[in-house]
Design a protein around this ligand. Structure first.
Ligand SMILES: [Zn+2]
Length: 414
């Protein structure tokens, strides 16, 4: 049977009715609704000649054995945020399932093809994103920290995953799943406004942004709001405010998609009658180029030192989290461009601001690429998340073409 992209749209609607409510998708990882969505997926693939396996990190693998064990992987995640959209993560899985069905019906492929439904991409319940893919990629090195995580109800991560027969200490054994991987493909909604603004249905993803996250602590002197002359103040908020505005200039002068965000400032004492003594400012900077990311951070630190002098403040930087930019595979990017031009004409390459499971797989050394399909109004992680059905169908076709090219490439390299 040929590929049927419209079936993917129908299946997505069905999944929405099975695991969503009036507020959106409710497939939060390690919950009964998530398990129901996964069982529904497994049911829909039961008629195909697949090997089905749940690995030690809770990832579900659907394997179509080929003439060679070398494997082309397609991935996505059935889990959602609470009140999530109907496409984030599950479009990837259901499109991959359709491609797998088409391949299975064409006979034994020259290389093995595997669909993976990663466990807990969103990290919505415990604040730890990319759980399953980081385990498989060998970058889950924080068992001690993970053991301390609890959800809003006080349930520990270890207990929550234990209910799904996943043992935190054994999760890294999922690493062996990537041993045979020759390539990894992931289709995802863009979750941003770029493709819509260009009036393009599809784009090839260059990689995922590197991220620098810091807490900047400005220290001045609390003083009475009535009795302290303006010239005598050491106002910690003034330093944070100057830096927040300077970030615009840093991002603009860096260019190439640079983004800088001051996501919050907490002031103490934080009362209307006092000058601010300490201001804790949150900073997030992202870029696809490691050198440019480093220079954005250096520029912010240099400006902060100057503002501290001007305002007679102390300033200290505390790291929160960082990750290097991850660039996808050039050959696969070429195939992605070709697949897009074949199904919808002009192609466009763009970076991904959000992280994805693909970033973990790429970090593990597996050649990786992603396709983005346009998101209406750039909205995601809300029930308002949407993509035109005709664009969804094009995205399934593009994934199918990309998979076909990748399979031929891997088969040729054997
Ligand atoms: Zn996602």
């Amino acid at each position: 049977m040929p590929l049927d992209p419209s079936r993917v749209v129908t299946r997505l609607e069905e999944l929405r009715s099975v695991t969503g409510d009036e507020n959106g998708a409710q497939r939060v990882a390690w919950t009964e609704t998530w398990a129901r969505g996964r069982a529904w997926l497994a049911d829909s693939l039961a008629d195909l000649p697949l090997e089905v396996e749940r690995d030690p990190a809770g990832n579900d693998w659907y394997t179509l054995p080929g003439d060679s064990d070398r494997a082309v992987l397609m991935g996505g995640h059935m889990d959602s945020v609470p009140n999530g959209g109907w496409l984030d993560g599950c479009l990837n899985v259901l499109a991959g399932a359709e491609v797998l069905r088409r391949l299975a019906e064409d006979g034994t492929p020259p290389v093995t093809v595997r669909l993976v439904d990663w466990a807990d991409e969103e990290g919505a319940r415990f604040g730890r994103s990319l759980f399953g893919s980081s385990a498989a990629a060998g970058s889950m090195g924080d068992q001690g920290e993970l053991r301390r995580l609890v959800d809003a109800e006080g349930v520990s991560l270890a207990d929550a995953i234990g209910a799904f027969e996943v043992d935190l200490d054994r999760a890294p054994e999922a690493r062996s799943q990537l041993d045979s991987a020759a390539a990894y493909l992931e289709l995802h909604i863009e979750q941003g406004p770029v493709l819509e603004s260009l009036d393009l249905p599809l784009g090839a993803v260059l990689g995922t942004f590197g991220v620098e996250r810091w807490r900047i602590v400005w220290r001045g002197q609390a003083a009475h709001a009535g009795s302290t002359p303006m010239s005598e103040r050491r106002d910690a908020l003034a330093g944070a405010a100057k830096l927040a505005l300077a970030l615009r200039e840093i991002a603009e002068s860096t260019g190439d998609g640079a983004v800088c965000t001051s996501g919050g400032v907490t002031c103490k004492p934080g009362i209307v009658t006092s000058v601010v003594e300490t201001a804790e400012q949150l900073l997030d900077q992202r870029h696809l180029d490691a050198a440019k990311l480093a220079s954005m951070l250096a520029r912010a630190q240099e400006l902060a030192r100057g503002f501290a002098v001007e305002e007679r403040l102390d300033v200290a930087w505390e790291p929160i989290w960082s990750i290097e930019p991850i660039l996808f595979d050039e050959t696969l990017l070429g195939f992605a461009d070709e697949a897009i031009s074949e199904v919808s004409g002009p192609t466009h390459r763009l970076p991904s601001g959000p992280l994805h499971d693909a970033a973990e797989v790429s970090r593990a050394g597996v050649p990786t690429v992603m396709l983005f399909v346009q998101s209406l109004r750039g909205l995601s992680h809300t029930k308002l998340e949407d993509t035109k059905p005709e664009h969804l169908e094009l995205s399934v076709e593009a994934l199918d073409r990309l998979a076909t090219k990748t399979i031929a490439w891997v088969a040729h390299s054997l």
